[in-house]
Design a protein around this ligand. Sequence first.
Ligand SMILES: Cc1cc2nc3c(=O)[nH]c(=O)nc-3n(C[C@H](O)[C@H](O)[C@H](O)COP(=O)(O)OP(=O)(O)OC[C@H]3O[C@@H](n4cnc5c(N)ncnc54)[C@H](O)[C@@H]3O)c2cc1C
Length: 245
Amino acid sequence: MAVTQKLVCRVEQLVNHGDRVYTVALRPERAAPRFRAGQFLHLALDAYDPSGFWPESRVFSIASPPSQRDLLRISYSVRGRVTARMEAELVEGRELWVKMPYGDFFVDNRADVVLFAGGTGITAFTAFIESLTPDVQQSVVLAYGARTRPLLIYRDVVDRCAKSVSSIDVSYFVEQEDVPGPGGTSGSAGPRLGRVSVDAMWPQLRRPEAARYYISGPPAMLQTISRDLRSRGIPGERIHIDAWE
Ligand SMILES: Cc1cc2nc3c(=O)[nH]c(=O)nc-3n(C[C@H](O)[C@H](O)[C@H](O)COP(=O)(O)OP(=O)(O)OC[C@H]3O[C@@H](n4cnc5c(N)ncnc54)[C@H](O)[C@@H]3O)c2cc1C
């Protein structure tokens, strides 16, 4: 298990996706400690004094792959106090503090898996998806939903991976209709209208009783998906939730 470390990071790049959703690329002062796909970091806006306590922080999934320890990427949506401060204060070049790695939300890399991602919840899966190689044996079904098409912020990453790994099967969902666009560049279909749901995905699961299920997203989505999986007979030990609140 990696030992956690505290690091100063500089904001290298800031992307505003609209609707108060942002992606931040962080350049650590030295190579970040080793971490695993699915882990998260604590981010503090105020300076950390090693002789005192760790400042107020919030946790964010590390969206970038573990092979990339010199540039970390997170995505966040503004919810409350700290994320509102992040929106107001983060600019390229600003320094902040990070401690990492934490968490054990690891996707099984031997079983067939079904991943349900809502909004920025996709960041719990991006490092796993990026780590898949073309010869991977497991089937990976991803249901990725967002409010609008532009908020499918990791669609490019997912499409790129799905293009090179044939066992990835991606379905996109958007809650609001917008101007129809082309389908996914990987051969994946364009987004379906509606929320990510078990009902929508069930017909395309080949052996649902043998798969492991992973859910990451807003609390209401976690509850609904988990309840619907159970009502389809999936036992609790096959359902893994990345609880954000
Ligand atoms: C393992 C883990 C991974 C996470 N990864 C991510 C990630 O990758 N990206 C991400 O965006 N978040 C992530 N989160 C959530 C994140 O850590 C924060 O909890 C979240 O951003 C809220 O922090 P905040 O300071 O903005 O809100 P707080 O001020 O702490 O408020 C907490 C919650 O209260 C509610 N709330 C606050 N103010 C109001 C208000 N005025 N009206 C109504 N409700 C309100 C909101 O629902 C808010 O989420 C993760 C959490 C966990 C536990």
